[in-house]
Design a protein around this ligand. Structure first.
Ligand code: ZN
Length: 122
């Protein structure tokens, strides 16, 4: 049970106290547990999510698919999947984003594979 000193009156208080019981000063510098927002690795989850969204949106494009564009989108989808998995294994606060990215990238990849077989049959 670590103690810290009030920023306003130097009264000793518990580190999880949001305000000082003595003078009521807010304790912004409290070394709180990591919040569920922002971290240097959350970028991975966000990137994975964005890639997953792009891949899914691309699937709704009714344009004709050819092997080259399918290969390109599969690579992008694979990258999103990879980034999402890395984000998850790093167990960062942005895990939800990474998981969503992995799910969307997986769905996209499955669809791309399906399109691949369609294109190659024609
Ligand atoms: Zn105080």
């Amino acid at each position: 049970m670590a103690m810290v000193f009030c920023r306003g009156c130097a009264h000793q208080l518990h580190e999880t106290a949001h305000t000082c019981p003595q003078c009521g000063a807010p304790q912004f510098a409290v070394p709180a547990k990591p919040q569920a927002t922002g971290s240097q690795s959350s970028g991975l989850g966000i990137t994975s999510l964005i890639i997953g969204i792009i891949c899914l949106l691309t699937l709704f494009d009714d344009g004709a698919w050819d092997n080259e564009s399918l290969t390109g989108m599969s690579m992008i989808g694979g990258l999103g999947l990879l980034l999402g998995i890395i984000g998850i294994t790093q167990n960062r606060p942005a895990n939800g984003l990474a998981i969503a990215g992995v799910v969307m990238a997986s769905i996209s990849l499955a669809c791309f594979l399906g399109l691949f077989s369609q294109v190659n049959q024609l």
